[in-house]
Design a protein around this ligand. Structure first.
Ligand SMILES: [Zn+2]
Length: 228
């Protein structure tokens, strides 16, 4: 299954006043992961896998952060009264998170191991520095299924697309707070394997985005052929 926590920058009408005049912020990498939703849709189609796509902006409440995380809310929503923040969680965070959790629970009941790809994109440069990476595979090194699948996936990706810079647990650590790390606490290895796929936005612009989706899907299929 696939998910995309930062797929859109929609703001429901009831919250639009909080973002008046902030169109540039909403359109920036702080408002959404540019290119992540089209990539997730292409991967879901190519892999024949269900996709959970979250289209509300992370600037309302971040679907890739756990409750209580200091970055769950943004500068625009952090100062809201507690009751309004709770409503925001109930409207724009919990339904999405629960839908994905229920899908994993359902698979577990059926005895089907889950491979969950959480699709994200990152800015190729941050703070003036290049991040030296096109594709990041984020996982928990202490979980054998995730570790072995990412090792194979990287090898196959390098064979199919030698020009692609593929790194593991870069530009972020797979064990940092995120939806996959939350789900790992609920579901054991090997029942659940959660990989956060981080793709440079430089690779998601223009015609190259379609080719990249194709090579990611083909390489994952080959990597899974070896088990996992
Ligand atoms: Zn993201």
């Amino acid at each position: 299954m696939l998910s995309c926590e930062h797929g859109g920058n929609r703001i429901p009408a009831r919250y639009s006043a909080l973002f008046a005049g902030r169109e540039r912020l909403l359109a920036s990498h702080r408002g959404l992961d540019a290119g992540a939703a089209p990539l997730a849709l292409r991967l879901a189609r190519a892999l024949g896998a269900p996709l959970h796509l979250h289209l509300h902006s992370r600037l309302l409440v971040d679907a890739n952060r756990s409750l209580g995380h200091p970055l769950l809310f943004s500068a625009q929503t952090r100062a809201l009264p507690e009751s309004e923040r709770a409503q925001l969680v109930a409207r724009c965070w919990r339904p999405y998170r629960r839908a994905v959790e229920r899908a994993v629970e359902g698979a577990q009941r059926r005895g089907t191991p889950v491979l969950h790809l959480s699709v994200h994109s990152f800015t190729p440069r941050l703070g003036g520095r290049s991040r030296g990476c096109d594709v990041g595979l984020l996982y928990d090194p202490s979980r054998p299924r995730e570790r072995e699948l990412c090792a194979r996936w990287r090898v196959v990706l390098r064979e199919l697309a030698p020009g692609l810079r593929v790194r593991r647990n870069h530009p972020y650590r797979g064990t940092a707070d995120g939806f996959t790390s939350h789900l790992r606490r609920r579901f054991a290895d090997p029942d659940y394997a959660g990989i956060e796929l981080e793709v440079s936005q430089a690779r998601l612009r223009g015609a190259g985005a379609r080719d990249l989706a194709r090579v990611l899907a083909a390489s994952l299929r080959l990597a899974r052929g070896g088990g996992g």
